[in-house]
Design a protein around this ligand. Structure first.
Ligand code: GLY
Length: 298
């Protein structure tokens, strides 16, 4: 995260906290709170979610999202959606209205339309900043070929993978004692069309279970998926680790096992939380009855 966007990230996180807290303080559910918080960040083009997402190599936005209820383990996920304004809203619809858990592409959008969500032109999600970012990366790749690391194999780090993470997530504990988690993303810059990352896969980029913890991840999706990072970290909480230690351990294993980079937030049903990342910066925020805290480094 370059210096010139720190302020926008802090503001975006603050706005998301406000939206979620408004629901929690009047006795609303954790699910409603995280949906509202993530929708605020999807609408804010600072982040890689909703409008302003990183672009695929075709220059389009393809979004993935998951929402999960820790009380019941109900979940709703979507992958590769291109024509909805909010992927997390569609995920919530899947959680509430479908016997299925996960929809992709056209089927997801048909489900959206059938349940009253308006479909939009993909161009509404594409902003100039991202068109330029993609153009610059492509020019760099064309000029330098490999740009030192890229060879196309799964274990090689694409230069875009190193710089393109801004996935959003939210976790909440409500007055009923339930926790929930949500993650939404446009994925990685210059990804091949059809690529789905960790964010919408249960247990990878998002998870919630009152019996362990809720978790949301950001970062390079492929290593996070291989380690099923969100569920692994939540399981550590169930085994007795406090959420901060579990978050640190998850990010340490991401680095040591697969040279991955990213961040995780964790929250248990007692309200204990953890925040960890191995990127130089990650925007985070916490809101409780004691007030709000927002930061960039942890
Ligand atoms: N963590 C987001 C992605 O890799 O798609």
């Amino acid at each position: 995260m370059p210096d010139d966007v720190i302020c926008a990230h802090e503001n975006g996180v603050r706005n998301a906290l406000d939206a979620g807290w408004k629901i929690l303080e009047r006795g609303g559910t954790a699910l409603d709170a995280i949906e509202a918080a993530v929708m605020v960040m999807e609408e804010d083009d600072t982040f890689d979610a909703g409008r302003g997402s990183f672009l695929t190599s075709d220059g389009t936005v393809e979004m993935d999202a998951l929402i999960m209820d820790g009380a019941t383990l109900r979940a709703g996920g979507v992958g590769g959606v291109q024509h909805v304004r909010s992927a997390i809203k569609l995920s919530r619809l899947v959680l509430e209205k479908s016997p299925h858990v996960y929809f992709v592409g056209e089927g997801a959008e048909r489900f959206a339309e059938e349940h009253g969500m308006q479909l939009i032109d993909n161009k509404e999600l594409v902003i100039d900043r991202e068109v330029n970012r993609l153009r610059e990366l492509k020019a760099k790749l064309a000029a330098g070929g490999k740009d030192t690391t890229f060879s196309g194999g799964q274990d090689d780090i694409h230069p875009a993978e190193m710089s393109s993470h801004d996935t959003v997530g939210a976790l909440a504990l409500d007055v009923h004692g339930n926790i929930a988690g949500a993650t939404s993303t446009g994925g990685t810059l210059n990804k091949d069309p059809g690529r789905v990352g960790d964010s919408s896969l249960i247990g990878c980029g998002c998870y919630a279970d009152n019996a362990s913890a809720a978790a949301s991840c950001t970062g390079w999706g492929e290593p996070i998926m291989k380690l099923v990072l969100a569920k692994s970290a939540a399981d550590e909480v169930a085994r007795g680790k406090d959420p901060q230690s579990a978050a640190r351990a998850a990010i340490a294993s991401l680095k040591t096992r697969l040279n991955g980079h990213g961040g995780i937030i964790l929250l248990d049903a007692q309200g204990r939380y953890g925040i960890a990342h191995n990127t130089p910066r990650m925007a985070w925020g916490v809101r409780s009855a004691e007030g709000a805290q927002v930061g960039i480094k942890r």
